[in-house]
Structures are given as C-alpha cells and as structure tokens.
Ligand binder design. Sequence first.
Ligand SMILES: *Cc1c(COP(=O)(O)O)cnc(C)c1O
Length: 414
Amino acid sequence: MTAFHTVNGVLHAEQVACARIAEQHQTPTYVYSLQALNTAFSSFQAGLIGHDHLICFAVKANPSLAILNVFARMGAGFDIVSGGELARVLAAGGDPNKIVFSGVGKSHQEIRAALEAGIFCFNVESINELHRIQAVAESMNAIAPISLRVNPNVDAKTHPYISTGLKNNKFGVAFEDALALYQTAASLSHIAVHGVDCHIGSQITELSPFLDALDKVLGLVDALATHGIHIQHIDVGGGVGITYSDETPPDFAVYTQAILKKLAGRQVKVLFEPGRALVGNAGILLTKVEYLKPGESKNFAIVDAAMNDLMRPALYDAYHHITAIVPADAPSQVYEVVGPVCESGDFLGHDRALSIAEGDYLAIHSAGAYGMSMASNYNTRGRAAEVLVDGDTVHLIRERERISDLFKLERVLP
Ligand SMILES: *Cc1c(COP(=O)(O)O)cnc(C)c1O
C-alpha cells in the first residue's frame, strides 16, 4: 500500500484520513509519511549493498530536522550547501563524517565550521574557493578533504533552471581545466585530494545523461591516476527525477545498477546526493478552498496555500497533481487553482477538473521536495505547519509560524 492512498475516495496518509489532519492542524499544512521516507531510502540503498557507498541526502530538498533525523537514523549522509544546513544536520543527529559540502559561495566562516565539524569532503566549485579552503585549513592547522565538482557538459534534458551540468552555468569547474586544477590541489599543503564530484541537474528522467557524465568523470579519474593522483571516491551527484504526472524516471534499482556496472573493477567508494527522489513523493500539501470565484473566461478556486508555500508552479511552471481529499457531490468544473498572494503568477495548478465547494480541503501532491524548503513570508504570510505521519499517529514536526514570529527581528526607529 502506498503511503498516500484513497479508501472509498477518502485520501489517507498511511492510516490517517487527511481530513482529520486538516481539522486538527488547520491549513496549509505539509503532511509527510514516515513509511514513504523509509521506503525511499531503503530502496535506493538496496541496489548498493555490497559496494562501498554513501547516500548523502541533499538537505536543500527538505531540511526539516525531523526528516533529517529519520535519514540519519537510517545511516544516511548529507549533502549541504550552507553553514545553516551544516548546523541543521548536526542538530538532527547527522554524522559529520558523512557530510559533503557543495555550493559555489562557501564563506570563510562556513569553511571553518565544516572543518571544525570534521566533514567528509568539500565539493570545490572554483580555483579561488580551493585557495580559500587551503588558507582556512592552514590557519586552523587542519587538512581539508576535497573533491572538485567538474562540469561534464552533458545535457540533463530537464528544465533550464534546474540543469547544472552545461558549460554556461555557474556550477563546477570546466572539464578541460580539471586536470590542471587537480594538480594545483595536490600541491597545496592543507588540501587532501579525495574524490571527483559532479551533479548535472535535477528532475532528470532518463538514464543516459547520468551515464554520459560518469563516463567523462571516469576518463578524468584515469587521467589523474597517470599523473599520480589517486581518487578514493566518486560522487555522482543527485538529480534522479520523480513522477509528478506521467514522467517515467528510472527506478532506483535500474539507476544504481547502471552506475555500479560502470564502476566494476574499480576500488572506489561511490557517493550519491539524491534529494527530490527521497522526499518528493513522501509529502503532500493540504489546503482549504476559501472561495470559488467564477471569472469571465476562467473559474478560480482560491485556496489558502500560495506561491509562498509551494513555489514550484510559479517558479518553474511545475505540475503538481491536485485532488479533493474527500469525494463531494458538487458538480465537476475546471478551475484555476490559485492562492491569495498578490501576483498573477501565484497559481498552484491550471485547468483542473475538481468537484469542490467552498470550505473543502485539497491535497497538492508530490510536495515533499522543494516545497517547504523554498517557502517564504511573502505577503507577510506565516509559513505552513508540518506533520509527519507514522501509522495511525500524527506528529507535529513544525508549528505553524505565527504573525508575531514574522516581525520579531525587526525594529522601528526610536
Ligand atoms: C540540489 C542538489 C542535489 C539534489 O538534487 P535532486 O534533484 O533533488 O536530487 C544534489 N547535489 C547538489 C550539488 C545539488 O545542488
């Protein structure tokens, strides 16, 4: 049984009717399933048993302490992109020696904090960052383990905003420069070259871009070996897509087997950085229909969730399946599902056929990744509550933000 399923048309999260959650915790509320998180992680890992590996959950996909803690208990590592994410992982009980630190803008303080924590590896994105890490490590009398994030220049065939492996974007170092940069890195006194890293984009639904990128990385690993630089781990990044509507991403077993096959015969640890694939379909966003508003050419369903709660539709024109959580006898009509925010781009779904009345609750599906993590306070809206369902138990894992929380850091002039 999948974590989110209907019983006689009534949507459940595990054994709990979603209407019960909406009534108890109000809306908008993110609802996650513990079973779905556990299943996603263990099925990703299943294909890797027997090969030296580390699965580093990409924290930015969903940085909830409770969710990080669930993964930490399962033995996960973490891919972080800021000092804030480092602090979160440590607060959630994550093992510092399983953390990789990605991102193009690591500050002195962030590098220092990561060295103090004793992270597994820095994924270095530029020559100047490499020198900065060297300088910070030297000042602390520490050795910084590093990989270079190389840009294999493959087309991930995904949305341009979430494609990161092409020449014209800000991530990683150019493939052609990698060998020379590794030689520089190997010559630095407080840098230890450990790995090679690449991450080509997100919501990738085909296998070939991953394998093309890995082929290029392996070519580099071999070239490095001829120059006396021996790589201990290969980080293949994240980016495995999920089904939002009718996409057919490779399943985890197919993906991990294809990667391992290319690594056959090599004594190398393999790192993965999945984000969306572990949490995307483990969460939904519950929202209430505030108004049904017939328009001149469109009917609007105005709901209490908005682009500040779930930004993906406004940002990427992303599709999320939307359903009523209980069957209704209202006539089916086609709606623009929109939020209360004062932007024409504030929509959650276009042209959705729904049988709904004012006061009904809707579920916005596949909202576990890049949902709450991208939420903002635009329009002075407090962020949603979050609950994690385990069987028949609903755990509140983040309270709804109060309006007073929103301005407690502000000052007016004396
Ligand atoms: C965002 C990101 C990930 C995770 O991407 P998903 O598509 O969510 O799997 C992994 N690694 C890096 C460096 C990232 O920036």
